[in-house]
Design a protein around this ligand. Structure first.
Ligand code: MN
Length: 390
């Protein structure tokens, strides 16, 4: 039996005991490694990569299971856009057309961008009282809104920690896709989905290419597994509860039509189908990249990264029967920004952790951010509660 299965079998008496064992399991193979450069020199690289391979395979099988959606649901979902009709009919959590559908009456935490900052995950677990809630057998979910990699100091450790959490707690941890999380293999090399492709190891996939080219332990198979697991991340989550219907996504909404409307969207699957464009842009890309803006008529940064405004957001919410959107994607200094009467929340979860006037989080690339997470309390409904991680 491997260490992951041993953890699963063990009956923990306290949250502290469980957290200690979790950290031990996550840290065992790492020794004193604290950043991307250390791994390149580490004598433990074989152990690290073997552990990650086991985790990737576990998460791939969990993601496959999540996609086993009963026909009674797929027939409703495929019949048109009818979010409220799904209320109370799901009896569980499913992934279909690369989107999650939840209707469980429980608390939902939303986690913004992590960006290769594994240090912050321990604060997230503390502030969401994760292990206490697990010990108390509570039903609750942590929805991560994507952008796990790039920019920060510890790509592989961050990915490992998230995969370990998903492996151990599949009904409590859900990982959505961010624009940084996508990569494709072409001619044995990873190509980035981002605009800039350069030899910069701050980018996870360039880093993976480097490991692949310089370390015999980093096999072709392993490179393909990393890409495969990242590409099985779902693009958004519909949370349909009695008090509110919320959508979690990394960026925002697709481009509206000339009248700021969304009637061209007639089925959920149009949101994620990679072959469908609207106004020459892939819809799926737009929802991974777009940003809300209070100032109208802002120029788009590029085709995917455009700005949308209050009336457009409202039309989108109405079209899909939503009360609010929660998203990441922008490094908000305050950690959270609510716009348009709390109809859209931006949350960012990597940043400074202060101790005696010093930032002790050396893994973050965002030391100007006071990181936060959001809590949707299902008994109270909206608005969401901001929880500082600092
Ligand atoms: Mn992003």
């Amino acid at each position: 039996m491997n260490n992951i299965d041993k953890f699963k079998e063990k009956s923990f008496l306290t949250a502290t005991e469980m957290k200690t064992d979790f950290l031990k399991l996550n840290n065992t193979v790492w020794g004193n490694i604290s950043n991307n450069d250390d791994i390149l020199q580490s004598p433990y690289i074989t152990e690290i990569l073997e552990f990650q391979k086991t985790l990737i395979e576990k998460v791939l099988s969990i993601h496959e299971k999540e996609r086993e959606t009963p026909e009674s649901l797929t027939s409703i979902i495929d019949s048109g856009i009818n979010t409220n009709e799904l209320k109370g009919k799901l009896n569980g959590s499913y992934a279909y057309h690369d989107m999650y559908y939840f209707d469980e009456e429980c608390d939902y935490y939303f986690i913004g961008d992590i960006h290769s900052d594994s240090y912050i995950i321990s604060s997230i677990l503390d502030k969401s009282q994760f292990f206490e809630r697990i010990i108390n057998k509570e039903n609750f979910k942590l929805i991560f809104l994507g952008d796990y990699v790039d920019r920060g100091k510890n790509h592989l450790k961050t990915v490992q920690t998230l995969l370990l959490l998903k492996s151990l707690f599949p009904n409590h941890i859900y990982l959505l896709m961010g624009n940084h999380d996508i990569g494709h293999i072409e001619n044995g090399e990873v190509t980035l989905y981002l605009r800039k492709v350069e030899e910069d190891m701050d980018y996870f996939y360039i880093y993976l290419n480097h490991l692949h080219q310089t370390k015999a332990e980093f096999t072709d198979e392993l490179l393909e597994l990393y890409l495969k697991v990242m590409n099985t991340l779902n693009v958004s989550a519909f949370i349909i509860t009695k008090k509110a219907t919320i959508k979690g996504v990394h960026g925002g909404i697709p481009r509206p039509d000339e009248n700021d409307q969304f009637q061209y969207l007639t089925h959920y699957k149009q949101l994620t189908d990679e072959s469908i464009d609207h106004k020459e842009f892939r819809i799926r890309d737009c929802i991974l990249w777009s940003d809300p803006s209070i100032q109208e008529n802002q120029p788009a940064i590029d085709k995917k990264r455009f700005k949308f405004y209050e009336n457009q957001l409202q039309n989108y919410l109405t079209h899909f029967g939503l009360d609010a959107i929660v998203r990441g994607h922008q490094a908000i200094e305050d950690g959270c920004l609510e716009l348009f009467d709390q109809k859209i929340y931006t949350i960012f979860s990597s940043g400074q952790i202060m101790e005696d006037d010093n930032n002790i989080n050396i893994e973050t690339a965002y030391d100007f951010v006071t990181p936060k997470i959001l809590l949707y309390n299902h008994k109270k409904g909206l608005p969401m509660i901001q929880i500082p991680l600092n």
